[in-house]
Design a protein around this ligand. Structure first.
Ligand code: F0G
Length: 365
């Protein structure tokens, strides 16, 4: 079965969530590649930089690792409908896994604010897809009303079973390095479920004695969608003030993140950092990851942009081992890539800093 080939269910002893494994809904997710980024190593002066590419999952994003677990629970509980609000990747993953299980899915997305690749996936997998005239945070509010009134299983990232599945890339990383964890793990921050889940995994591994130390887990946000960054800067993560979010990295255009408290704890317990990066820094970093022959969507590229900042600030040393968590496949948002290489991102005037560097990396001018 697919479950036997799944990189998530391989770690089932760490995920006590199902009564009967016959209920597993799997698309053979996980077991994603870890690439060494040699050009990035050269340009940053960090000897060993790796990319754990969660975009190489069946629906092209890290969401699959958590969707196989949560959807299996929904299936076991006997629900006919599942639902989520999404910036695109969650909805793509949910629709695919629901279709495999013979369930229906309801997707609420912010109109005009998600990448076409992701919208097309939800349609292809047969979801009832509603674009609402609001942002992601508005879609979450509407969905919370819907689930109160209808027998629909909620698959937003507050769902604890999603977090359980999203722990598994951390196990894969530790396993790849023979249980000697890297010094740094750098992840994008949107709704902050991913950083929370990976942190939980490393803490559990340490508790079980599988690893002896923790990687410093750092969370990187886009400048225009930076509520966690602001919170840590102004009051050490005691409270979080929602912001109105704007960034071309539409996956992380989130102003009121659900899992911020967990993410604060993970950063503090692992000794990691939170940084923000500009639109230009994201664009340049994305082109550099593309130039390695790997590629990713804009939201994933914040990790490399963030690494550069942490190096400048002396928070990452040249002999330390760094893993960037790439969350989505480059084909998710091909419009962005084309706009970059045609120079349209520059023309629109949103991107002013780093202009010369960006000109150098454009390859189809
Ligand atoms: N990267 C990508 C490609 C994403 O799709 C998301 C979140 C994130 C990073 C941020 O992860 O929310 O766990 O901090 N996408 C969600 C969605 C919100 O609806 O697809 P996070």
């Amino acid at each position: 079965t697919e479950a036997d080939q799944s990189g998530v269910w391989r770690f089932r002893e760490m995920l006590h969530i199902l009564d009967d494994e016959a209920n597993i809904v799997s698309l053979r997710e996980g077991n994603t590649p870890l690439y060494e980024l040699r050009r990035v190593a050269e340009s940053t002066g960090i000897e060993h930089v790796f990319a754990k590419h969660q975009g190489m999952n069946p629906t092209g994003s890290f969401k699959d690792a958590g969707m196989t677990t949560a959807l299996s629970v929904a299936h076991e509980l006997g629900f006919d409908w599942v639902a989520c609000a999404s910036t695109g990747n969650t909805s793509a993953a949910m629709s695919a896994y629901a279709a495999r299980a013979g369930m229906r899915s309801l997707v609420l997305i912010p109109q005009g604010k998600i990448a076409w690749g992701k919208l097309s996936q939800a349609m292809d997998y047969g979801a009832l897809t509603l674009q609402l005239r609001t942002d992601f945070d508005g879609c979450v509010r509407v969905l919370n009303e819907v689930v109160k009134r209808a027998p629909v299983y909620l698959l937003n990232s507050v769902n604890p079973y999603r977090l359980e599945g999203q722990k598994t890339p951390a196990l894969e990383i530790a396993e790849t390095f023979d249980w000697e964890v890297p010094d740094h793990l750098i992840v994008p921050g949107g709704n902050l479920a991913n950083s929370s889940a990976l942190g939980k995994a490393f803490l559990e591994m340490k508790h079980l004695g599988l690893v002896t130390k923790l990687p410093k887990i750092s969370v990187i946000q886009a400048e225009g969608a930076n509520p966690l960054y602001r919170s840590l800067l102004s009051n050490s993560g005691e409270t979080l003030e929602p912001v109105e979010a704007h960034t071309r990295a539409s996956a992380i255009r989130i102003g009121n993140p659900a899992s911020w408290k967990k993410a604060v704890r993970v950063i503090q317990q692992t000794g990691g950092y939170c940084e923000q990066v500009s639109e230009a820094e994201i664009a340049l970093a994305k082109a550099e990851i593309g130039a390695e022959g790997i590629g990713c969507e804009p939201a994933s590229a914040v990790t490399l942009a963030g690494l550069k900042k942490l190096i400048q600030q002396g928070k990452v040393q040249s002999n330390e081992k760094v893993v960037l968590l790439l969350t989505g496949h480059t084909l998710k948002d091909s419009d962005y890539t084309i706009a970059y290489h045609r120079g349209d991102l520059l023309k629109e005037g949103e991107i002013k800093d780093l202009r010369p560097e960006i000109e150098l990396t454009r390859r189809n001018a």
